[in-house]
Write a protein that binds this ligand. Sequence first.
Ligand SMILES: [Zn+2]
Length: 208
Amino acid sequence: MNGTAHMAIGATVGFLTANTLQTDPTTTLFLVGMGGVSGLMPDMDIDGKLSNRITFSHKFIRTLAQTIGILLIIYSVLEGFEKEKWIGVGAGIGLIIISSFITQRHMLTLTGLGVLGVGISLQENWLWLLGIYIILASFTPHRSYTHSIAGIAFFGIIAFQIQASLEIEGIFTTCLLGYISHLIADMKFLPFNKRGVKLFLPFFSKEF
Ligand SMILES: [Zn+2]
């Protein structure tokens, strides 16, 4: 299943969560966005070694890295104090510049390192955990650990920390269900999936 479909499903999950919780319009919009991002998250591993032949992914990763760079700058300006602010802005600018010419293979790893560094300097648990998630995803083959129960658990911890930090209800549920929706949409019982997902890595490598 392609990225657009995964994002649409995740966004729908966010919308349904918002509806269930009867959130205000701003929160609803935010949850729809968070759902969309979470629905794409497991495919952070498309930069993995097996997928270097996929031609569109280079552009996708570059756009993703540049978007993260822009978000880092905005977030650092809004949330950081003097020194941290400039570290965040610098990391964001660096990410945008580096991602415009570096090879696909190392881009995600660098993105993850940048997010990790900013997360540590801002002391935001979810941000440095997300950095570690991205670094790990950049080293694992496509449809492996990010597409497993271990991946759900890791992202669930990140989602929990985002909710704790932003104090907006529904984030944890949206992110977790958005992520799970991706794995379900990648499963073998759906006729358009030739490969399934190895849910029980690292214990069993059976595909579901
Ligand atoms: Zn996937």
